[in-house]
Design a protein around this ligand. Structure first.
Ligand SMILES: [Zn+2]
Ligand SMILES: [Zn+2]
Length: 347
């Protein structure tokens, strides 16, 4: 079956988490005092075995991500965490946050989040949250979502990563909520903490934390290289790039892969390394030519003087009777006349 539910032994107030078996079936037992996982019963392609709710310390404890709106799960979390000092949210996705209101009702503890919604309180990046025998620091790590936080316990080196780093596979970066450039910066920030162990929002704990973070950085850099290599063949949509890059993966994953490729393309576009062509729905991306738009300075496709957006704007502006020529190849190649006097340079 799936990942074993974590066995819990309690000696006084010292809760111990025991991890079950590794992929080869041999037993791995790791005892981490004070840190307890309760696995939510919401397994799925993006949640792996389910959401990990983490309970850190005791009297009072700090609870990270009470999980989905599941009273049974929250009841179990409450039983293991009482009394609760604070409920911390890594982000507001439905597999992490809705249980917080239920746990707050039961425990009376405040819910802290980077972007608080109803009845929650603001938790800024850098803020310190003290519990009974644990102190967590909130670290703003946008990328998976703009409001994403991870929580770091300096003393033990434990890093609670939510969906920023998973125990297996990669984190989903789905634009526009997900942003690859921010995510890459967040990976560097997490690396700079030099964590000893990662307790992720999904999947097993990662005991080689720094290696895992390096692996994540390398993975994204490799993907970016692949995207650029595929664009050598000419302009493509994100969907068209997927089969070449994900040839080893089953086709069911292609729609999700296209979102990830799009995240890379948007990062590269912002950096001026690729150019966006066409309307958003059928938007294609091309390698930047090194030349820039005469109006706005954005990169243009080879042979063009205006970027796509300025080309469209030029079309929509009241045209003079003469003085425009349309080059072959469509909107991206509109060449504005030097005689135009409609004030477009002021925009
Ligand atoms: Zn998420
Ligand atoms: Zn999640």
């Amino acid at each position: 079956m799936g990942f074993p539910r974590v066995a819990i032994s309690t000696q006084g107030s010292q809760a111990t988490v025991r991890w079950g078996k590794d992929a080869t079936g041999s037993a791995i037992i790791r005892d981490v005092p004070r840190i307890l996982r309760v696995l939510a019963p919401n397994p799925g392609p993006f949640t792996l075995q389910g959401t990990n709710t983490w309970i850190v310390g005791a009297r009072p404890s700090l609870v990270i991500d009470p999980g989905p709106d599941d009273p049974e799960h929250v009841r179990e979390v409450h039983r293991e965490s009482e009394p609760v000092g604070a409920i911390l949210l890594t982000h507001h996705h439905p597999d992490h946050a809705p249980g917080a209101a239920l746990l707050a009702d039961r425990s009376g503890a405040p819910v802290l989040a980077y972007r608080p919604v109803e009845n929650e309180r603001k938790l800024a990046g850098g803020a310190i949250v003290p519990g009974g025998d644990a102190i967590l620091r909130a670290v703003h790590t946008p990328g998976h979502t703009p409001d994403h936080l991870v929580f770091f316990e300096r003393e033990s080196g434990a890093l609670f990563t939510g969906d920023a780093v998973l125990g297996q596979g990669t984190s989903m970066i789905d634009p526009p909520e997900g942003e690859m450039a921010a995510y890459m910066r967040s990976l560097s920030i997490m690396l700079s903490l030099a964590p000893r162990v990662i307790f992720p929002g999904h999947g097993p704990a990662v005991w080689s934390a720094v290696e895992k973070l390096r692996e994540y950085v390398d993975h994204r850099k490799d993907r970016e290289k692949q995207v650029l290599a595929e664009l050598e063949e000419g302009p493509r949509t994100a969907e068209e790039l997927v089969p070449g890059i994900y040839s080893d993966y089953p086709q069911e994953l292609y729609p999700a892969a296209a979102r990830s490729v799009l995240a890379h393309l948007l990062k590269l576009a912002r950096e001026g390394r690729v150019t966006r062509i066409g309307r958003p729905v059928e938007e294609r991306f091309a390698l930047a030519s090194g030349a820039s738009c005469e109006r706005c300075g954005r990169p243009v496709v080879p042979g063009s003087r205006l970027c796509d957006r300025c080309g469209v704007a030029a079309l929509q502006e009241a045209p003079p009777a003469t003085g425009r020529t349309r080059e072959a190849g469509g909107d991206a190649h509109i060449r504005p006349s030097s005689e135009t006097t409609d004030g477009r340079d002021s925009t």
